[in-house]
Design a protein around this ligand. Structure first.
Ligand code: ADP
Ligand code: MG
Length: 239
């Protein structure tokens, strides 16, 4: 067995709004291995985003541990967390979150610029990534000139260009029509698998779930179901 990319152990998180107490996550355990695409599903409010935010080091649990590539990162400071988010974790969101005043190429280049990658290498990697997501011809366009599916492909290129070990995608296809959604997920998987990245993807969409290696279902902040059939199929595929 390959070493996990991320291990979540006994995660709990409670939100308090005045008198109201919301147990957003309760004792959640999860392991994601290199190259694996794990889907998180469950109704709205079941804790998917809370789990992704903790796994992506955007938020902290009240209890439990986050272990990233064998290193316990639960209690690291904000600066160390920011460096890990910058260098090791790629994010894809429902709303794309592109920078509107930057070209497509500059949006994809930005994480490499922040990481201090030399300019010549950046140009090469950005060009290769835009090619991989089928947007080489749109490098100089601004995001608002693109369709939703194209924008999400830019966001995927931006998330993967830094060759992250972990990609966190929160409802990445929720703003797309179903055909585009399937294309976008397949693309993310293809490019990500080529790099050996692990994926944690929150989605409601049954057709997307079928494209993932393993499905974990959340309800009221607890894991209620792990899709073993998918798991067996994954094992067979690896054998
Ligand atoms: P999902 O992504 O599955 O829709 P969330 O993780 O966003 O679920 O939310 C889980 C629960 O935590 C919900 O009941 C939600 O209302 C609550 N919650 C999430 N974020 C906050 C917050 N910042 N403050 C208060 N409650 C929150
Ligand atoms: Mg959510």
């Amino acid at each position: 067995m390959t070493a996990p990319v991320i291990e979540l152990r006994g995660l709990s998180k409670t939100y308090r709004l005045g008198q109201h107490v919301v147990p957003a996550l309760q004792h959640v355990d999860l392991v994601v291995r290199p190259g694996e695409m794990l889907a998180l599903t469950g109704p709205s409010g079941s804790g998917k985003s809370t789990l992704l935010n903790i796994a992506g080091l955007i938020d902290k649990p009240d209890a439990g541990e986050v272990v990233l590539r064998g290193r316990c990162v639960t209690h690291i400071g904000e600066t160390a967390a920011a460096l890990l988010r910058r260098d090791a974790i790629g994010f894809v969101f429902q709303s794309f979150n592109l920078v509107p005043v930057m070209t497509v190429a500059d949006n994809v280049d930005y994480p490499l610029f922040l990481s201090g990658v030399p300019a010549a290498e950046r140009r090469e990697r950005v060009a290769a990534m835009l090619d991989a997501v089928g947007l080489a011809d749109h490098a100089r366009h601004r995001p608002d000139a693109l369709s939703g599916g194209q924008r999400q492909r830019v966001a995927i290129a931006r998330a993967l260009v830094k060759r992250p070990t972990l990609v966190i995608a929160d409802e990445p296809t929720a703003s797309l029509d179903s055909h585009t959604a399937e294309q976008v997920l397949d693309l993310m998987r293809e490019v990500g698998h080529a790099q050996g990245a692990a994926f944690l993807v929150a989605t409601h969409d049954a057709r997307l779930l079928r494209r993932c290696d393993r499905v974990v279902r959340l309800l009221d902040g607890r894991i209620t179901h792990v899709d073993t059939e998918e798991e067996e199929r994954h094992e067979r595929a690896l054998a």
